[in-house]
Design a protein around this ligand. Sequence first.
Ligand code: NAD
Length: 397
Amino acid sequence: MPDYTYLIVGGGMTAAAALEGIGESDAAETIGLIAAETQRPYNRPPLSKGLWKGKPLESIWRKIDDRRVTLHLGRAARQLDIAKQRVTDDQGTTYGYQKLLLATGGSPRRLMFGGEEILYYRTFGDYQRLREWADADQHFAVIGGGFIGSEVAAALAASGKRVTMVFPEAGIGGRIFPRDLSDFVNDYYRQKQVEVISETMISGLEVRSGKRVLKLRDAHDQGERELTVDRVVAGIGIRPNVELAQQAGLEVKNGIVVDRSLRTSQADIYAAGDVANFYNPLLDQQMRVEHEDNANTMGRMAGQAMAGQHVNYDHLPFFYSDLFDLGYEAVGETDSRLDIVADWQDQFKKGVIYYLRERRVRGVLLWNVWEQVDAARKLIAEPGPFDANALKGRLPV
Ligand code: NAD
């Protein structure tokens, strides 16, 4: 039986960062990693951004020291025995550990229909499949107006494909962007030749004469119509992979609950990344974050904690995205339902959006404004009260 000092379940960015964290702390111990994907750990953001703009494929792989880490790829961990400190995978192999990290991430939410005809875009395998489709096919439906939907639609359109986006909100990124900005983004995508069908749900899919026929249902009048395309890609959110933790009796509440040292309710088991539910002192609330900075920073700290260092994960992670030539960074609670103060230097092209609750800044969106994330975090730490006058010009645009 393979027996490791440190065992990591999961092979994503969080796991790769944890290896770095362990590596820095303790050079003598044994490390094992079990991952369902057959690829070595890679950076996920380029799958929907850089790789479609000419970034070389080789650049996505994370550096892992094979002399120190044993990779068990293409295996899903199925059972966790807390008392015996063992994990068993889907091929029946059992692994021992002294410290365990659950970096199991999330799985795409799926529609009730369509089966394999819909590509729920998340992994390197999905990237390869979409590339093959893009080489052969012309018209793509992209379901979802969130991160995956907006980035994949832009990538396909920039590759000369005909793209139709369908999503339930009024505008692209509507859960984050205020309504006027979201309307602008709809128009901007339309200018880039993307057909944008908002406030619309998908209610079925059929394959007819080699094409995919989607049934669309208008959210207002419930009227139905059909959309015929070559291929269908979707990003309709993820669910955290908590099954292993749940079955083992760890505390799970919208993710695996961890304390500030990234320990779960079991002292020798840690969790980090998309799957972890943690307390953020700046916002004074529990959070679960599905973005790169959180995966890397939290993963690294989990590795350090496993290797015996004292850590406090009090980091407020930022996130970013590219929408054709527009780009942004954001931090905190960026929920379009909060009170919003927009400070535009050039409307919808360059500016700062402040998100407030009870006159306190909870989040900041830096729209084509760079290197202000730390300043935004400091502002979130301030007690306020703030109003539009106090905030305009507060962060340099
Ligand atoms: P998301 O939550 O960003 O967006 C989900 C979208 O799907 C929303 O528009 C939502 O309304 C729509 N949707 C939900 N149910 C639907 C349904 N039944 N029919 C049609 N549309 C529906 O999730 P995502 O885009 O799938 O991204 C997955 C994860 O990957 C997220 O956690 C995201 O944070 C992460 N990600 C992050 C980045 C980034 O940080 N730039 C980029 C890509 C992905």
